[in-house]
Write a protein that binds this ligand. Structure first.
Ligand code: 13P
Ligand code: SF4
Length: 371
């Protein structure tokens, strides 16, 4: 059915942000319990204020697995909406208000490359019973399914350590996808020497040294890290920690584990977005924090906790924006909701049934691990 003029996206994009507030609120009310809005902490204030439920990737996937709502409108990025579709009940539909809201880190691992890497490991003499694939939530459903089918699982930044333990109880080695930093930080915190963690580069496929690593090194490594990263968090440098400590004596530095090891080592604490918020919330009045994560969350915390006497600054003054999270605008949200009222589901995220089965196995294993 052709989309009526009034509900076409262009009509919304021409309007200013603030003019969406009343429309979104009215649409939320009209849709009632049929629809739940999930919002990740990196969303803009103009969007997250309408969320029924906010959280980090772990909390949001749990909420998606538990809700009875018919429609799940995901204010986050593509891999989160895919996971909600995998975890949802039959008959539920997941909507991502802007399909361009992807994740550049998730895009750094493609299923064909992962299959090639696995074959390289087997060719190097790594036995299939020796290694488990473990993927960060920030990956495609196809990669989650790949891990599930081979006895592995998914993790988030809040349960990566638990997932490593789980895997090491069952195998000697881990292939960790796609964030090298979260994998290295987790392995390092568990006492695995850096010399036993190698980085597999999917773009280096020379014969005999697939992924840029010799078969010998692949055989002895305990953790094989995929060469992926978050462009928002990788921008934070150890010098930023030094500078902020010099500028604000006594400041506590807290960072997301997608930051480099050199930054994490200099920080006072690491945590998922949910944990970073908890640290700030539970700190006494007068505390000062520099936070190394996406700028919308840092700014929101600064505003919220200033009246409580807590000072919050960004770890890097030039600010780090996740441009794909930012794609979910109030206009896109209003458009998706008003179409729902008109009986049209726009931007549905639907994972293929054959992929869904094993992706669900991998996600269920993750949900069994405490965050
Ligand atoms: P959290 O699970 O900590 O919210 O992280 C999600 C993410 O994409 C961070 O870049
Ligand atoms: Fe992906 Fe980084 Fe954005 Fe998180 S902050 S969604 S990892 S690009």
């Amino acid at each position: 059915m052709a989309e009526p003029e009034a509900c076409s996206l262009e009509n919304y994009l021409a309007l200013p942000d603030h003019s969406m507030d009343e429309r979104i609120a009215a649409a939320r009310q009209a849709l009632g319990k049929t629809t739940i809005l999930l919002g990740h902490h990196y969303q803009r204030d103009e969007v997250i204020r309408f969320a029924d439920f906010t959280g980090d990737s772990y909390k949001l996937s749990k909420a998606a697995s538990e809700t009875e709502a018919q429609f799940i409108v995901f204010c986050g990025v593509h891999f989160m909406a895919e996971s909600a579709d995998v975890l949802g009940h039959a008959g539920q539909q997941v909507i991502l208000p802007d399909l361009n809201a992807g994740c550049s880190m998730a895009d750094m691992a493609e299923i064909g490359q992962v299959e090639e890497c696995w074959q390289t490991l087997l060719d190097a003499g790594v036995g299939e019973d020796e290694i488990l694939p473990l993927t960060y939530m920030n990956s495609s459903a196809a990669i989650k399914a790949f891990c599930g089918e081979r006895g592995g699982l998914v993790c988030t930044s809040s349960n990566a350590r638990g997932a490593f333990h789980w895997a090491f109880q069952r195998a000697k080695k881990i292939l960790f996808l796609p964030d090298q930093h979260l994998g290295r930080n987790t392995g390092h915190a568990m006492g695995i020497p850096l010399s036993e963690m190698v980085v597999y580069d999917p773009w280096q496929g020379l014969a005999g040294i697939g992924g840029g690593i010799t078969p010998e090194r692949l055989r002895v490594a305990k953790v094989i890290l995929w060469k992926g990263h978050c462009s928002v968090h990788q921008r934070f440098l150890p010098e930023h920690v030094t500078n902020v400590r010099a500028k604000y004596p006594g400041i506590q530095v807290i960072v997301h584990p997608e930051c480099r090891l050199e930054v994490c080592e200099k920080a006072d604490a690491l945590g998922s977005t949910e944990r970073l918020i908890k640290i700030v919330r539970e700190a006494p009045a007068g505390s000062t924090f520099a936070i190394g994560t996406e700028i919308h969350l840092v700014n929101r915390l600064a505003k919220e906790f200033a009246p409580l006497g807590k000072r919050i600054v960004t770890l890097d003054d030039t600010g780090c924006l996740c441009t794909t999270m930012y794609r979910i605008s109030p206009q896109h949200l209003a458009w998706a909701l008003e179409n729902l009222i008109a009986g049209r589901v726009v931007n549905r995220i639907q994972v293929r049934e054959d992929v869904k089965y094993w992706a669900r196995v991998a996600l269920d294993r993750m949900l069994e691990i405490r965050a």
